[in-house]
Design a protein around this ligand. Structure first.
Ligand SMILES: Cc1cc2nc3c(=O)[nH]c(=O)nc-3n(C[C@H](O)[C@H](O)[C@H](O)COP(=O)(O)OP(=O)(O)OC[C@H]3O[C@@H](n4cnc5c(N)ncnc54)[C@H](O)[C@@H]3O)c2cc1C
Length: 416
C-alpha cells in the first residue's frame, strides 16, 4: 500500500491522518478538503465564535507546525468531485485525478435549506465562513428568527440572545430538541429559553420566507402570522455530503454505508458525520453528527485500514452549551424510550436522567451535572437492566447491585 487518500480535511479527516502516522504508516498521504481554511473545530462556531468570545484563529485544530509534521500532501480549497472505485482514483475539481490504494471518506454533512431561501439576511451555520458572516450580521442588532429548534438552532438562539438581540425560535414540533430527547426534556429546554427572554413558537411549521428586493423581511408561519425578521437562521438539519460519490458504486443512503469496521468497500472506509455504520454495541445501524464520534470513528477507521479488524462499537457522546447550561448525553435515545430523572430536579437547573428501551438502559443525560453523568454512563456501557433505574430510587447504586450486571456480554471494541 503506497498511497492513502483522505477526502474531508476536518475533525474526522485530520484525526484519521494523524492516526495513520501515529501507528507508523509512512507511505504517501493526501488530505483533500474543499474549504480554504486549515482544519478547524465546528462546535465553537455556534458558541464562542458567534458571541465574539473567541477570535476565529482559536478554532483552528492544529498549528501550521503540527500540520507540516504530518508529512501529508494537504490539498485545501479543492473539492473531490468523483470517485472511481474500481480504478482507485479520486477526481478533483481542477480536473486532476489522484490514485489511491486505500481511501477514507470524511466529507461530513451539508445544511438543509428552504426552497426560495437564497435571500440576503438568510443564513445557515456549518462552516467558519458561515459563522463569521452570521456574526457580522448579528452585530448590526437585527431582529432574529431561528427556524428549527434542534441543537444547532437552540444554540444559535442562545448565542444571539446572549448578545442582547430580539430572538424568536420557530419549531414545528411541540418542544425544542424533541428528537432525540423527548417531550419532557424538550419542555425543560423550552423553559430555559423563555427564562432568558427568547420567544418560542413551537408546534407551528414555517410556510415561507417573506422578502422585499431580494432581502428577507420575515417568516410566515402555518397559522398565517408573520414574524418580522432582519436575519433568519435556517437550522433544519443536514444531509450527508455524498453528492461527489454519485456513480462510484458505493451506496450512499443516509450517509456512506459501512459495516461494523467502518468499511464501505474493499480498502474504502468512512468516518464522522458522513458515515453510517452498524454499531454492534446497540445492534443497530447509526449515523452520528457528534464531535466526539468524528474523532473516535476516524481512529477506528484508520486502525481497521491498517489491519486492526476491530468493530467500532462506541457509546455515543455529545454535548450542547446554551446560556449557562451544559447538557451532555451518552448513548442513544429512541423515540419510544422511557425516561426517568435519576438525580436532582429539572426545575433546579441541575439533574440527570436515564432512558430505557426494551428493558435496558440505552441513554443517560446530564444537565449541568458532568460528574454524576460520568458515573451513569456505565449503565449504558454495561447494558444495565432498566429496573436498575426505575426501582433504585433517585440515584442508582454504582456497585453491588445485580441490576447493574450486564444483560448482554460486553461488546468487543466498546470504548469504556
Ligand atoms: C455550528 C456547529 C456546532 C456544533 N456543536 C457541537 C457540539 O456542541 N457538540 C457536538 O458533539 N457536536 C457539535 N457539532 C457537530 C460536530 O462539529 C461534527 O460532528 C464534526 O465536525 C464532524 O466532523 P467531520 O470531520 O465528520 O465532518 P465536518 O466537520 O463537516 O468536515 C467535513 C469536511 O469535508 C469537506 N468536504 C465536503 N465535501 C467535500 C468534497 N467533495 N471534497 C473535499 N472536501 C469536502 C467539508 O467542507 C468539511 O470541511 C457542531 C457542528 C456545527 C456545524
Amino acid at each position: 500500500m503506497k498511497r492513502i487518500v483522505i477526502v474531508g480535511a476536518s475533525a474526522a479527516g485530520l484525526t484519521a491522518a494523524e492516526t495513520l502516522r501515529r501507528r507508523g504508516w509512512d507511505g504517501h498521504l493526501t488530505l483533500i478538503g474543499d474549504e480554504p481554511h486549515p482544519p478547524y473545530d465546528r462546535p465553537p462556531l455556534s458558541k464562542q465564535i458567534l458571541t465574539g468570545g473567541w477570535l476565529a484563529e482559536r478554532a483552528v485544530l492544529r498549528s501550521p507546525h503540527d500540520l507540516a509534521r504530518l508529512g501529508a500532501d494537504l490539498r485545501l480549497g479543492e473539492p473531490a468531485t468523483a470517485l472511481d472505485t474500481a480504478g482507485r482514483r479520486v477526481r478533483l475539481g481542477g480536473g486532476e485525478s489522484i490514485h489511491f490504494d486505500a481511501l477514507i471518506i470524511a466529507t461530513g454533512v451539508t445544511p438543509r435549506r428552504l426552497p426560495d431561501s437564497d435571500l440576503a439576511g438568510v443564513h445557515v451555520l456549518r462552516t467558519l465562513d458561515d459563522a463569521l458572516a452570521l456574526r457580522a450580521a448579528l452585530l448590526a442588532g437585527p431582529r432574529v428568527v431561528v427556524v428549527g429548534a434542534g441543537f444547532l438552532g437552540t444554540e444559535v438562539a442562545a448565542a444571539a440572545r446572549t448578545m442582547g438581540l430580539e430572538v424568536t425560535l420557530v419549531e414545528p414540533e411541540p418542544v425544542p430538541v424533541r428528537r432525540p430527547f423527548g417531550e419532557r426534556i424538550g419542555a425543560v429546554v423550552a423553559d430555559l429559553h423563555r427564562a432568558h427572554g427568547t420567544h418560542l413558537r413551537c408546534g407551528i411549521p414555517v410556510r415561507r420566507l417573506r422578502s422585499t428586493s431580494g432581502r428577507v423581511t420575515g417568516v410566515e408561519l402555518g397559522d398565517g402570522t408573520t414574524l418580522p425578521a432582519d436575519v433568519v437562521v435556517l437550522a433544519l438539519g443536514a444531509t450527508p455530503a455524498t453528492g461527489w460519490l454519485t456513480g462510484s458504486g458505493l451506496r450512499p443512503a443516509d450517509g456512506v454505508e459501512c459495516d461494523a469496521w467502518c468499511q464501505a468497500a474493499p480498502g474504502i472506509y468512512a468516518a464522522g458525520d458522513v458515515a453510517s455504520w452498524h454499531n454492534p454495541h446497540f445492534g443497530t445501524r447509526m449515523r452520528l453528527e457528534h464531535r466526539m464520534n468524528a474523532t473516535e470513528q476516524a481512529i477506528a477507521a484508520a486502525g481497521n485500514l491498517l489491519g486492526d479488524a476491530t468493530p467500532f462499537a462506541p457509546v455515543p457522546y455529545f454535548w450542547t452549551d446554551q446560556y449557562d447550561t451544559r447538557i451532555q448525553a451518552y448513548g442513544i435515545f429512541p423515540p419510544d424510550a422511557d425516561l426517568r430523572v435519576t438525580s436532582g430536579d429539572p426545575s433546579d437547573g441541575r439533574f440527570t436522567a436515564a432512558y430505557g428501551h426494551q428493558g435496558t438502559v440505552v441513554g443517560v443525560l446530564g444537565w449541568n451535572a458532568p460528574r454524576e453523568l460520568r458515573l451513569l454512563r456505565r449503565l449504558v456501557v454495561e447494558h444495565a437492566l432498566w429496573t436498575a433505574v426505575t426501582d433504585a430510587g433517585p440515584c442508582p447504586p454504582l456497585t453491588g447491585d445485580r441490576r447493574w450486571e450486564s444483560t448482554r456480554p460486553r461488546t468487543p471494541g466498546v470504548y469504556s
